[in-house]
Design a protein around this ligand. Structure first.
Ligand code: ATP
Ligand code: MG
Length: 413
């Protein structure tokens, strides 16, 4: 299979965009007679002029050989051994040997689908390595030998057209490893790209296979969508593909009449997620608990508001949140913080006595609770005065302190 070679004068990727560490790894491999390619998301992001957070290197050197070439090398991975080249300061560059289809690590646990890839440790050619990857824009290589970009799958063109396109038959690729569906949606949201039509149709058709993946992989993808920019776009795609109802069946359930139920709940969930962007542009740090509380803010508030008086609020909320977050095994500490945040939001939105306000202000979740309140105000455009009251330290407290100071100075004089 002949790739399309894009020479250095036909693409903008420059070594000055790359870290010193990755250049050292590429040059060492090249200098010891091996193929040395920067690959995966790194090349994609460099071509888009985006910042890179992790570099992946692909080579024809096998793991044993990598141990010889690099002193600072640790082999990781259960079946398919990947080399971590460790630099001072803890920076790690991941180097993997070209491999062919069927070598993904950590696939699903309950293998009910016959296409799900069986693990196998087979090295391959650069072409094999390109075709085993998920999307065309993720399968470009930058060759340190002549600074060219190697494209086996039409990734450069799709990058130009801003398209997420599966490599090969999308139905088969998604059945082999259904996590690719979530990866594709995450990429589309993060880059602001469209999902190519046949890839999109296959995502919808194969969505039921997602639950065959290890829950840790699903959870990590969901968190990556929530943590990065445009999470509302990601969730809009999850809703449109019918995936949200598979992953979080409880999220859209509400007490509204069935005809209005889904759309209203979905819209307000997306409005809450869109509010996250306002905080992100101000570089506000958003903890996983705040993100998950934002995701469940609408149904949780509705649940608490419509609870019959004899029902235990804490217990009902706990049951609701567990139904959402336990199936994907979100850590217990995060689940209990989300619970506390919902209770705090409820408390903040209700007029409360000053004493109880003071105790919430001193609570370790107060900073996060304030963020959740701001997200609520941004999403609903209501109750801004409540937010201001909680953001500003109580004036009366100041007055009282000033009074005490006057009294003290009188006593001392
Ligand atoms: P980011 O690091 O921004 O999340 P990425 O594309 O670099 O995006 P990684 O998880 O770092 O994602 O994976 C590196 C590369 O490995 C991808 O670009 C892709 O080529 C390949 N890859 C990762 N996961 C899969 C998968 N499930 N199936 C096929 N190829 C995959
Ligand atoms: Mg990456």
């Amino acid at each position: 299979m002949e790739p399309n070679i894009i020479n250095r004068d036909q693409h903008p990727v420059s070594r000055t965009q790359m870290s010193l560490e990755v250049l050292k790894v590429l040059y060492r491999l090249h200098g010891t007679g091996h193929l040395a390619y920067l690959c995966g998301g790194g090349v994609r992001d460099l071509l888009l002029g985006r910042e890179i957070d992790d570099y992946d290197v692909a080579t024809d050197a096998e793991p044993k050989r990598l141990k010889e070439v690099f002193g600072n090398c640790r082999l990781v991975g259960r079946r398919f051994r990947i080399a971590h080249i460790i630099f001072s300061g803890g920076k790690i560059i991941e180097v993997s040997t070209f491999r062919r289809q069927g070598d993904e690590d950590d696939l699903g646990e309950n293998q009910t689908n016959s296409l799900l890839i069986k693990r196998d440790n087979t090295f391959g050619s650069p072409a094999d390595d390109a075709f085993r990857r998920d999307f065309t824009i993720n399968a470009l290589y930058y060759n340190i030998a002549d600074f060219s970009i190697i494209d086996y799958v039409g990734g450069r063109e799709d990058l130009r057209s801003q398209l997420i396109r599966s490599i090969g038959d999308p139905d088969i690729r998604f059945q082999e490893d259904p996590i690719r569906i979530l990866r594709g949606i995450r990429l589309a949201a993060a880059l602001g790209f469209e999902v190519e039509e046949s890839t999109w149709e296959a995502m919808k058709r194969q969505r039921h296979h997602i639950l065959e993946c290890a829950v840790s992989r699903i959870r990590e993808e969901i968190m990556k969508i929530l943590r990065r920019q445009a999470s509302h776009v990601g969730f809009q795609l999850l809703i449109r593909a019918g995936i949200l109802e598979i992953l979080f069946p409880q999220l859209e359930e509400s007490r509204l009449p069935p005809s209005e139920r889904k759309t209203i709940a979905e819209e307000s969930i997306l409005q809450h997620l869109a509010a996250l962007e306002d905080l992100r542009v101000r570089d506000t740090e958003l903890s996983d608990s705040v993100l998950l509380a934002t995701l469940t803010a609408v149904p949780a508030k509705e649940l608490l508001e419509t609870l019959p008086p004899d029902q235990d609020v804490g217990k009902s909320l706990h049951e609701y949140l567990e139904a959402n977050f336990k199936p994907l095994a979100f850590p217990r500490i995060v689940r209990s913080r989300v619970h506390l945040l919902h209770l705090a939001l409820r408390h903040m939105l209700a007029e409360q006595r000053r004493k109880r306000r003071r105790s919430l202000r001193r609570s370790p979740i107060f900073v996060d609770a304030l963020k959740l309140l701001e997200i609520h105000c941004l999403a609903t455009n209501q109750q801004w005065s409540v937010l201001r009251r909680w953001q500003n330290p109580p004036v009366q407290g100041k007055k009282r302190r000033a009074k005490t100071r006057v009294l003290k100075s009188k006593r001392n004089s």
